[in-house]
Design a protein around this ligand. Structure first.
Ligand code: ADP
Ligand code: MG
Length: 248
């Protein structure tokens, strides 16, 4: 099995506040890992650490076998960019550029790279808008989209860079309930295509359906980890049971 992500004894503090402690897990090629847990348990910080939006305080992270950080030591900025370049991230609040049309949102990052020609970029953005069901919104600005449409644009934008790993931080938490389905279906389709993904979510039914493995985080640590069956049907810890009882 090819290991895409390996996290070993990750520790993260903000000043004197210890937010993550001894977090260790790995994600294999094609695997979908759902991360659940109460607000403030460190889920976002963990995810952000993987793409170097946060610098960790200690421990190691390897992406496709390459050290993003080893025992708290980071390589050069250029090296970090190379190592994180295969990962895409989708945020709760979409983070679209409001002054750019949908298609320009998709094309901004690949154009900046100057590695692929414009015709190819246009072909790919057109194809990805079709994939997320938004071919008719190419020339629209984000303000004129629903939340579900914005999030589908954000997913298409992340896919423009051909990521090997996609990270989602509560992709449906900002959406009205009737709009979550259209976003979850796109993620489900990516899972069927064997995209390697980590999905932080409060959608327990979705986690159960789509995840190969579930991580329950509590108070900055991985409290429990297992298959959806193990975590949802047969949780071992009282705090896992309590969390699941309160959320559903
Ligand atoms: P979750 O995503 O599970 O809700 P977070 O990773 O956002 O949890 O936050 C975990 C803890 O870290 C919280 O106590 C939060 O207040 C704290 N935290 C997150 N980001 C920062 C920051 N930039 N500075 C200080 N504390 C932070
Ligand atoms: Mg969060």
């Amino acid at each position: 099995m090819t290991s895409m992500i390996e996290v070993l004894n990750l520790k993260k503090s903000f000043g004197s506040l210890d937010v993550l402690e001894k977090v260790s897990f790995s994600v294999n090629l094609g695997e979908v890992v759902a991360v659940i847990g109460p607000s403030g348990s460190g889920k976002s910080t963990m995810l952000r650490s993987l793409v170097h939006l946060e610098e960790i305080t200690g421990g190691s992270i390897r992406i496709e076998g390459e050290s993003l950080v080893e025992d708290g030591e980071y390589p050069s900025a250029a090296r970090i960019r190379v190592i994180t370049s295969g990962m895409g991230m989708v945020f709760q609040n979409f983070n679209l550029f409001p002054h750019l049309t949908v298609q320009d949102n998709l094309e901004l990052a690949p154009k900046a790279l100057k590695k692929i020609n414009l015709a190819e970029i246009r072909l790919r953005s057109t194809e990805l808008l079709k994939k997320v069901g938004l071919s008719d919104k190419a020339d629209v600005y984000p303000a004129n989209l629903s939340g579900g449409q914005k999030q589908r644009v954000a997913i298409a934008r992340a896919l423009m860079m051909n990521p090997k790993i996609l990270l989602f931080d509560e992709p449906t938490s900002a959406l009205d309930p009737e709009l979550t389905g259209e976003v979850l279906r796109v993620i489900q389709q990516l899972a069927e295509e064997k995209m390697t993904m980590i999905i932080v979510t409060h959608e327990m039914n979705f986690a159960r359906d789509v995840a190969d493995r579930v991580i329950f985080m509590d108070k900055g640590e991985i409290a429990e980890m297992g298959t959806p069956e193990q975590i949802f049907e047969n949780p071992q810890l009282e705090r896992t049971k309590s969390f699941l009882n309160h959320i559903s």
